[in-house]
Design a protein around this ligand. Structure first.
Ligand SMILES: Cc1ncc(COP(=O)(O)O)c(C=O)c1O
Length: 381
């Protein structure tokens, strides 16, 4: 068997070659590469797919979070409440505006935020009269598993702190919320943020991102923020802002890929279900099962074990690529030293970081490859 990479992006690209070539040339022939018809068409298709009003294409997932926070009026000293177990961008996007990422520890068995601790945290803030410092709660649908949005929304409503969903790992996932059986990840809060980083469930061939919202005013602000603070007319700038746009070629390619997303996600779920059934008897903590009515999208398949490093080495020696998402919880990153955290501040996050291992997960894995990965993991134990 050929080595199996943790991600292989060439297979999907090859399968879509004709459509990708066509989209590229249809863009080149317009001669318009920024803020043109392909972006407009992809934004419309993406908001349609999610069932929300506005979708604004931006330069990356980090850009999406940064602009969403800014649109919510994150100013220096104001806070974003999130988890230390996520890609660093969730917190970084706040810090670059002088905002303060504040963390709540996770539930160790699954890596998502501990909602009781979140509730306690905001209860304390209310007691201290500091609730108005919180611009948003930024939940992360880690590895494609939705946060418990029913409970999270209840906390958000109770304290009046809005939600900015980091849906960068959850394109196409959904959950029930209030009286709606199917709310798409990214559309439950005031704003939702997506990344189209190449390995994502919907991935570009370069960087890309999207902010989604049902709020016209927020949408208008993000449209200005992505484009030097301009409204429609050029050379009139109303906000201090950089250039943070999704380009025409990426938009054209993403529009080609969007209709395949549900099929890709079904295959991811099939692979995840197979891994989980094969690993049921092993001394591993497996990814969380879907809650009632929930549809996770297996962006990554992450197991936990105290023998993580040995398992990783064993798999590597048998030609299987793995990765660690993420080896250092955000509160211990050197860049965030100024926040004053130290080892032991968020013990669950720290233990989690030492135990997680991501196995190969992408829709184009063959059955034989998936079986080989599963049997090699079993052989290790
Ligand atoms: C949870 C999460 N948030 C934010 C990002 C940032 O996205 P990007 O790499 O497109 O800036 C990513 C992906 O890298 C992510 O996984």
């Amino acid at each position: 068997m050929e080595p199996i990479k943790i991600f292989d992006l060439t297979r999907q690209a090859r399968a879509l070659k004709d459509e990708i070539d066509q989209a590229l040339w249809s863009t080149l022939e317009t001669g318009q590469f920024i803020l043109g018809p392909h972006l407009e068409a992809f934004e419309a298709a993406f908001s349609d797919y999610l069932g929300c009003r506005y979708a604004i294409g931006v330069g990356s997932g980090t850009g999406a979070l940064s602009l969403a926070y800014q649109a919510m009026e994150l100013t220096p000293g104001k806070k974003i409440l999130t988890t230390p177990v996520t890609y660093v961008a969730t917190a970084m996007a706040a810090a670059i505006h002088g905002g303060v990422p504040e963390f709540v520890d996770i539930r160790p068995e699954e890596g998502r935020i501990d909602l009781e601790k979140l509730h306690d945290h905001l209860t304390q803030a209310k007691r201290h009269g500091t609730l108005q410092d919180y611009v948003a709660i930024a939940p992360v649908h880690l590895y494609g598993h939705p946060e418990d949005m029913a409970r999270l929304t209840a906390v958000s409503d109770e304290f009046g702190v809005p939600i900015v969903e980091d849906a960068c790992q959850a394109h196409g996932g959904w959950f029930p919320l209030k009286d709606r059986p199917k709310v798409m990840a990214g559309t439950a809060g005031a704003m939702g943020c997506f990344s189209f980083y190449p390995t994502k469930n919907l991935g570009a061939y370069g960087d890309g991102g999207m902010v989604v919202t049902n709020d016209l005013e927020l949408a208008q602000r993000v449209r200005m923020l992505r484009n030097y603070g301009q409204k429609e007319a050029r050379h009139q700038h109303f906000l201090i802002a950089a250039n943070n746009r999704l380009d025409e070629i990426q938009a054209a390619w993403l529009k080609i890929k969007l209709p395949h997303l549900d099929t890709y996600n079904r295959r991811r779920r099939e692979i995840a279900a197979y891994y989980s059934s094969e690993f049921a008897e092993l001394p591993l903590t497996l990814p969380p099962k879907d809650r009632e009515g929930e549809y996770s999208v297996s962006h990554l398949y992450v197991v936990q074990t105290d023998r993580r490093d040995a398992l990783q080495e064993y798999l590597s020696s048998h030609g299987i690529g793995t990765a660690i998402h993420y080896p250092i919880p955000i509160h211990l990153q050197p860049a965030f030293e100024y926040l004053g955290h130290s080892k032991g501040t968020f013990p669950n996050a720290e233990t989690f970081a030492q135990r997680v291992l991501s196995l190969p997960m992408y829709p184009e894995l063959t059955d034989a490859e998936v079986e080989y990965v599963a049997s090699t993991v079993k052989n290790f134990f």
